[in-house]
Design a protein. Sequence first.
Length: 204
Amino acid sequence: MTTRAEDPALSRRQFLVVSAASCALAQHAAAQEATESQALTPAEPSLRPGDVILSCRVNGTPQRLVIDPGSSLLDVLRQQLGLLSVRHGCADGTCGSCTTLVAGKRVPSCLTPAALCHQQDITTVEGLSPDGELTPLQKAFVRHDAVDCGFCIPGQLVAAHALLQEPIGPDPASLAEALCGQQCACDKLPQILAAIASVRSQRG
């Protein structure tokens, strides 16, 4: 007499059930692994016709953005990265309120094509004190009462930071000439120059 345990038909059904369950588990594991991989790997930005990719570092953080090739650096920083300290001012590069550092050099971001900043280090006023502490230059601006309405101050600080690294003469006239691209509607340029000069003297 044949028992159910020895029934070859029953063994076949068990085999098929186990195989189907194993296949389902393997598919579930593969799908979960793919989902986790996508979560760890940022999606590639989707390009529309005419768009380009801008890869750069802004205040030390890598950025990969889809931009219109006609966009200015000012527009990208404000509209896509939310860095509103970079101010809209004259729009012709004369006021200096949008001054930004690109590869350590000061530029008017309103006139700088963003596409030309590919693979460059970009610094706004936020990047001058990433730890949140006031820099000696910022402290000097406060000490010399160089801040009034504050609109131009981010650009003034960025320009002054770059100026301290530039080979300019030690006299006040040379300093004023080097800062000629920065304007202040509140007539605080004398105080701003005094603040920069004080930091220069401390550096020797």
